[in-house]
Design a protein around this ligand. Structure first.
Ligand code: AMP
Length: 285
C-alpha cells in the first residue's frame, strides 16, 4: 500500500495525532531521500518496533559544508515513495525548504565535544546542521522512537547525546550498517563512483576490518593498528585518507592505548567522492 504523503508540518502533526489516539507508538526515520537498502533496513526496523512509521525526506541545506554538494544532491521522490511503500512506511513527510526554514535560521542546536574529531573536524558546521534539523523534525513529528544508522556512528552518538542533554522523550534506536556483498557500506554516494572506483572501494572496509583484527589479536597500540591499516592504501594512489582513527565509542575522542571497546572510523576520498565507514570492536583478548 502507498504511504500517505504530507508536505506541511500541520498535516503531519494531524496524521501523527490520529495515530497516537489509536494507541500507536510513533517511529520516525529521518532521511535525505535517494533511498537505498540502508534506509530500507531503518524503515523495516521501525515497522517492527513502532505502530506508525513516519519517514521524513528532506535534503537539509544547512548541513552541507560544501555548497556544491547540496546543489548536486538529487532525489527522485516517486522512486523514494515506492521504497517507503515496499518496506512498510505509513506516512512520508517531504516538506519543501520553506516549510522547515520559513526565515533565515538564527537558532541552532549544537552538541559540543563529541563533534570535535572525525567528521566534525573535517566538515565544519555539518553536525550543527544535522542536530538543528533533527531537533526540528523531532518537534514536528513528536516520535516515541527514532531510527539512525550505525554507518554514521558519530552522527548517532551526537543525536543520542542531544536527546539526553535536552531531555527529549524519544528512544534512539541504532540500526547496523547495511553492506554490499563485497563489504562496501551502501550509500547514495556510491552511485558517483566510476566503475573502476567502485571496484576498489571495498578497500575502506577491508582496512577497517584489518584494524579490528589487530585489536582483537591483542594489539593495544593505536599507532601500530593505524600503521597497519593505512599501509593497505599505500599501493592505491586513487585513495586519499582523510582520517582513520580509533576512538572511544562514547566520547568519539581518539585513544592512545586500546584498553576497552573502541570504534574504528575512517573517511577517504576516492576521486571526487568522500566515503565514510566504521566498525565497532567490543573488546581485546
Ligand atoms: P541520509 O539519507 O544519508 O541522511 O541517511 C539517513 C539515515 O540512513 C541515517 O540514519 C544513516 O545513518 C542511515 N544509513 C545510511 N546508509 C546506511 C547503511 N548503509 N546502513 C544503515 N544505515 C544507513
Amino acid at each position: 500500500m502507498q504511504p500517505e504523503q504530507r508536505t506541511t508540518i500541520a498535516e503531519t502533526r494531524k496524521a501523527v495525532a490520529d495515530a497516537r489516539r489509536r494507541g500507536l507508538a510513533i517511529g520516525l526515520v529521518p532521511t535525505m531521500g535517494a533511498l537505498h537498502a540502508g534506509h530500507a533496513a531503518l524503515i523495516e526496523r521501525a515497522r517492527h518496533d513502532a505502530g506508525y512509521v513516519v519517514v521524513s525526506i528532506f535534503v537539509n541545506p544547512i548541513q552541507f559544508d560544501r555548497p556544491e554538494d547540496y546543489q548536486a544532491y538529487r532525489i527522485d521522490l516517486q522512486r523514494d515513495l515506492n521504497v517507503c511503500a515496499e518496506h512498510g512506511a505509513d506516512l512520508v513527510f517531504a516538506p519543501p525548504v520553506e516549510e522547515v526554514y520559513p526565515s533565515p535560521q538564527s537558532t541552532f542546536v549544537e552538541v559540543l565535544g563529541l563533534t570535535d574529531h572525525l567528521c566534525g573536524h573535517f566538515r565544519p558546521g555539518h553536525f550543527r546542521g544535522v542536530t538543528t534539523v533533527v531537533s526540528k523534525l523531532f518537534h514536528m513529528v513528536a516520535p516515541d522512537l527514532a531510527f539512525f544508522g550505525e554507518k554514521d556512528a558519530q552522527q548517532l552518538a551526537v543525536i543520542e547525546r542531544m536527546v539526553l542533554d535536552l531531555n527529549l522523550p524519544i528512544r534512539i534506536v541504532p540500526v547496523p550498517t547495511v553492506r554490499d556483498s563485497d563489504g562496501l557500506a551502501v550509500s547514495s554516494r556510491n552511485a558517483r563512483l566510476s566503475p573502476e572506483e567502485r571496484r576498489i572501494a571495498p578497500l575502506l572496509f577491508q582496512a577497517l576490518t584489518a584494524a579490528r583484527e589487530s585489536v582483537v589479536q591483542g594489539c593495544s597500540s593505536t599507532a601500530e593498528v593505524r600503521r597497519k591499516a593505512l599501509a593497505l592504501f599505500e599501493s592505491r594512489p586513487q585513495f586519499r585518507v582523510e582520517y582513520l582513527e580509533i576512538v572511544d565509542p562514547k566520547t568519539m575522542i581518539p585513544v592512545a592505548q586500546i584498553t576497552g571497546p573502541v570504534r574504528i572510523a575512517a573517511a577517504v576520498w576516492l576521486g571526487n567522492t568522500r566515503l565514510i565507514d566504521n566498525v565497532y570492536c567490543p573488546r581485546t583478548r
